[in-house]
Design a protein. Structure first.
Ligand SMILES: [Zn+2]
Length: 307
């Protein structure tokens, strides 16, 4: 790893993070990401170029607007640093290759979608649909080395040169990832709606998973779905228990109920909280997809080694 290049890539990531933060704020509000220039949300003063340097400006201004001293959300800093770290990690992991460009692109989109979903429960089409197209295009230049590409050549003998068929197999893998990812989320959403009467997953999640599938291919798509379901369930179940525990204690303290009575009634309110509290599933899908392209293959090799 070349230290000068690493530093440049990190700085590049910070700048992209700055732009990403603007998109996270504007896309769910249906605002343009390019015009107008950024302004302070409190006093509407345009933010000058020298006050818009990633990380540094925020630190120098102490997280406040230069004019009205209103607080600027530290999410600025978090998104910029995460994007910088992501770009650096891709370079460290994949070297100076097209794969680095591919996974920087995917990670950038995922970070944006994770933050947007956590904040607004929306996954804007303006991120997922171009992402889906980019993922399919990337599969033609960076081979999705996956199950289908290992299995398909034995099943079908393509009457074309092996060079072209390798690209086509990679594209087939990406399409397979898209189809399986999208239909799994669509199916899970339909079952969830039947079982609980509330919408747990929307079309945003379906499109997000279609995009992830295009970038990752079949094998890592399945890895993403599997780990995200586990992570989502763990968080969901522990939320219920935390609510239950807190309500029980409050009932015992305030209403002087017996422990048994308090536990029974608190369970009722925890169940209601679960019904109405929507878990942003895109956050889990996005985070696990990120984990997948760094560690998914290594994990699967280790796992298959155990069997
Ligand atoms: Zn201001």
């Amino acid at each position: 790893m070349d230290p000068a290049l690493a530093l440049a890539i990190f700085a590049f990531g910070l700048a992209f993070g700055s732009f990403l933060h603007v998109s996270i704020y504007r896309l769910p509000r249906a605002l343009s990401v390019v015009l107008p220039n950024s302004a302070c949300p409190a006093c509407q003063q345009p933010i000058r170029l020298y006050d818009n340097i990633p990380v540094l400006s925020w630190l120098l201004l102490g997280g406040r607007c230069r004019h009205c001293k209103a607080r600027i959300t530290p999410r600025y800093l978090v998104v910029e640093l995460l994007t910088g770290a992501l770009f650096l990690a891709c370079y460290a992991h994949f070297g100076l290759t097209l794969a680095t460009l591919k996974y920087c692109t995917l990670g950038f989109l995922l970070l944006g979608l994770i933050f947007t979903d956590a904040e607004t429960h929306l996954l804007p089409d303006k991120m997922t649909l171009p992402g889906l197209a980019l993922g399919l295009l990337f599969s033609l230049v960076v081979p999705v080395n996956d199950l289908a590409s290992q299995l398909l050549p034995g099943l079908i003998a393509l009457p074309i040169s092996s060079d072209i068929s390798a690209h086509l197999l990679s594209l087939a893998d990406a399409l397979l990832g898209t189809a399986v990812g999208a239909s799994f989320v669509y199916g899970a959403g339909a079952i969830y709606l039947r079982a609980r009467g509330v919408e747990g997953m929307g079309f945003g999640d379906v499109k997000l998973m279609a995009m992830i599938g295009a970038f990752l291919g079949l094998k890592l798509t399945i890895f993403t779905l599997f780990t995200a379901s586990i992570a989502g369930s763990i968080v969901g179940i522990s939320t219920v228990f935390v609510v239950w525990f807190k309500r029980t204690r409050r009932r015992m303290a305030r209403q002087h109920e017996t422990a048994r009575e308090a536990r029974r009634r608190a369970w009722g309110s925890a169940a209601i909280a679960l019904r109405h509290h929507q878990i942003p599933f895109g956050v889990f899908l996005g985070s696990m997809a990120m984990l997948a392209f760094f560690f998914g293959n290594r994990f699967l090799h280790w796992y298959w080694g155990l069997m």
